[in-house]
Every structure is written in structure tokens, then in C-alpha cells.
Design a binder for this molecule. Structure first.
Ligand code: PLP
Length: 349
């Protein structure tokens, strides 16, 4: 890995972060707050939230077995994705490399930040080639994006191929583990010490059942996390989100039950889908969704919408022609999908 100071944008390296009112009196206890121009009425939401999210990070770090200095919390993973560009990529000069097809936000944020986005198509069976990814990099490549388990394909690439990329690349490798709870491998967050150029993204939006609160996590070296904290909006995670996240952390056994249920339901749903004449191929999945190639994705998608059932049409995505991405729902929801698809077969004859 190059020295981090060579990867950070010069303006980011130079700048002083915003110092909030609550930053100045660190450590001391106080009960009269006349420092932040808040309204003394309307407690508790009259006060600015903790910009460091200390209580939430302490609870989360116990579960994740990392240090608070290795954890960034953002307004969804999407904030962390954007911050990686803003911290490390010089607009119109630097570039990033990413697998394709993959999660759309990496490219949207690249465009927003005017950073060249180089796509490397996955191979047959949506497999990852470390060699091909690395071959697409040059001296101006700051980041490599790997989503695993990947969206929309559903498959996990396995640690050994991802490791090759991390070990050989001189810039930062971001591994998006949004769906790791549904996969059959250990998270890479346990190997941050071994890989100083690794950034792992996780989210409260999927297995944790908290998409509405907008809370994403980035795990990396204290140096990388320090850069992200330096440039984030001071109060990027609001009070209600911090409180609700603490509540779900206390009920993490329930999350484990949801995950078990969804993995079981996934197997059942896939088996039923396989028996349908409209199914051409179901791709292997390690996530809470699967990609299915059907006889006519656009027609089937529109038919399902009419039935009040929404799946994701991925027909226009590279390598995903005639594919639908289907999220695993509750048993009754999955049953309704299957019943509707059975009707399609009789209707289309
Ligand atoms: C759903 C998803 C996320 C979650 O993003 P949030 O902003 O945390 O809701 C991140 N990455 C991938 C690949 C996803 O599919």
C-alpha cells in the first residue's frame, strides 16, 4: 500500500475539520448547556446529537469485536461510499475500478464527484478475477470496489480471490458486506490489522431490519477512519437513529432469528421457483435475494406489478438480460409471488 498521505486528497490533508460546540469541553461532565444556540425547551430532541456517536459505537464494537477507532458511522452506507471519493479521489485526475454488474451507488457517487469509473465485467457465473481487476488499475487508481455478496448477482466471491486484490493493490480496497449476515463466510472486519488498505462496509438496512433509520458502518484502520470522520458532516447520524440502533443492538438475538428464517425461506422459494416453466436459470445466492433468468423479464415484471407484487427488473443491466432480482420476504409474501407466477404460466398459454 502507498503511504496513506499520498492517497488522501491534498485539500483534505490540509483542511481543519469543523469544530462543534460539543467538541470543546471533552470529558468533563456538565448540566448547563449554553454553548450551541439550542432551544432549552422540547427535550430531548432540542439538543444536537453526539457527533462521535460514542455510546452507540461502544455497544456496536462489543458485538463486532473491533475498536471504536476502526469504526465510522454514516447516514447509510451510501454516506461512506460518497466520503471515500471525497477523501481520496481528485476530481478529473484520479480513477476507481469496480466490478460490473454491481451496486449502483459506486458509479453514481463517482459521477457526482467527477471521478473516472472503470468497470471490469464479472466472468462466466459472475465470478471475480483478481487479475482482471488489478489489470484495470494504474498509478491514478485510488479505490477498488468489491461488493460481496454482490448485488444484483447474489453470489459471494470468497475470501481468497478478494485477498489477492487487497494484497497486490497499492490503493484502498472497499469490500461492501451489506449482505454478509446471509453468507457462509467470516466478515473481513476481523482482518483489518493484517490489511491496512482494506475498508469494509456493512449496514443496518438489510439483516438488521432498519433501512428506515439510515445507518451504515465502515470498518478500517484508525488512520482511514480518522480521515472519514474529519470530513463528515458533524451531526451526520441523528439522535433518533442512534437511539433506535441501540435498541436493535439489545435485541440482536432477534436479528439472528430473522436471518435464520430468511435463509430457510430463501431455499424454499428457490425450490418453488425452479419448478416454474417461466424460470430459465436461478443463480447461486449468498444474500437475502436471488437473481433469476426468466423467459420474458419485462412482461413478467409488468404482470407482477399489476398483481400488486414488486420485484426488481434487472433486464437492462449488463450480463443480466431477462433477469429479475427477487428479495426473500415473509412466507405469505413469497407464497403470493409463487401463486401469481403459476397463474402467469396458464395465462400465457
Ligand atoms: C442495500 C445495500 C447497501 C445499503 O445501503 P444503505 O445506504 O446502508 O441503506 C449497501 N451496499 C449494497 C451493495 C446494498 O445492496
Amino acid at each position: 500500500m502507498k503511504p496513506l498521505n499520498e492517497l488522501i486528497r491534498a485539500n483534505v490533508l490540509r483542511m481543519e475539520p469543523y469544530s462543534s460546540a460539543r467538541d470543546d469541553y471533552k470529558g468533563k461532565t456538565a448540566s448547563v448547556f449554553l454553548d450551541a444556540n439550542e432551544n432549552p425547551f422540547n427535550s430531548p430532541i432540542n439538543r444536537y446529537p453526539d457527533p462521535r456517536q460514542s455510546e452507540l459505537k461502544a455497544a456496536l464494537c462489543q458485538i463486532k469485536k473491533v475498536q471504536p477507532e476502526q469504526l465510522f458511522l454514516g447516514n447509510g452506507s451510501d454516506e461512506a461510499i460518497d466520503l471515500m471519493y471525497r477523501a481520496f479521489c481528485e476530481p478529473r485526475m484520479d480513477n476507481v475500478v469496480a466490478i460490473a454488474p454491481t451496486y449502483g451507488m459506486y458509479e453514481v457517487c463517482a459521477e457526482m464527484n467527477d471521478v473516472a469509473y472503470r468497470k471490469v465485467m464479472l466472468a462466466e457465473g459472475f465470478t471475480l478475477s483478481a487479475e482482471k481487476l488489478l489489470a484495470a488499475t494504474d498509478q491514478k487508481t485510488k479505490l477498488i470496489w468489491i461488493c460481496s455478496p454482490n448485488n444484483p448477482t447474489g453470489n459471494d466471491f470468497g475470501v481468497s480471490e478478494i485477498e489477492k486484490v487487497i494484497k497486490k493493490f497499492q490503493g484502498l480496497v472497499i469490500v461492501d458486506e451489506a449482505y454478509i449476515d446471509f453468507a457462509n463466510r467470516q466478515s473481513l472486519i476481523h482482518r483489518l490489522e493484517e490489511f491496512p488498505n482494506l475498508v469494509v462496509l456493512q449496514t443496518f438496512s438489510k439483516a438488521w431490519g432498519c433501512a428506515a433509520i439510515r445507518l451504515g458502518m465502515a470498518f478500517a484502520s484508525p488512520e482511514i477512519i480518522g480521515v472519514m470522520n474529519k470530513i463528515k458532516y458533524p451531526y451526520n447520524v441523528n439522535l433518533l437513529t442512534q437511539q433506535e440502533a441501540l435498541r436493535i443492538l439489545e435485541r440482536h438475538y432477534e436479528v439472528e432469528r430473522w436471518v435464520e428464517n430468511l435463509i430457510e425461506e430463501r431455499a424454499r422459494l428457490i425450490q418453488e421457483m425452479k419448478a416454474l416453466p417461466l424460470t430459465v436459470k436461478i443463480y447461486h445466492t449468498d444474500a437475502n435475494f436471488f437473481l433469476v433468468k426468466v423467459t420474458d423479464a419485462v412482461a413478467i415484471y409488468n404482470y407482477l406489478v399489476n398483481e400488486g407484487i414488486i420485484v426488481r427488473n434487472r433486464h437492462s443491466v449488463a450480463l443480466c438480460g431477462n433477469c429479475l432480482r427477487i428479495t426473500v420476504g415473509k412466507r405469505v409474501e413469497n407464497e403470493r409471488l409463487i401463486e401469481a407466477l403459476k397463474q402467469w404460466n396458464t395465462a400465457s398459454k
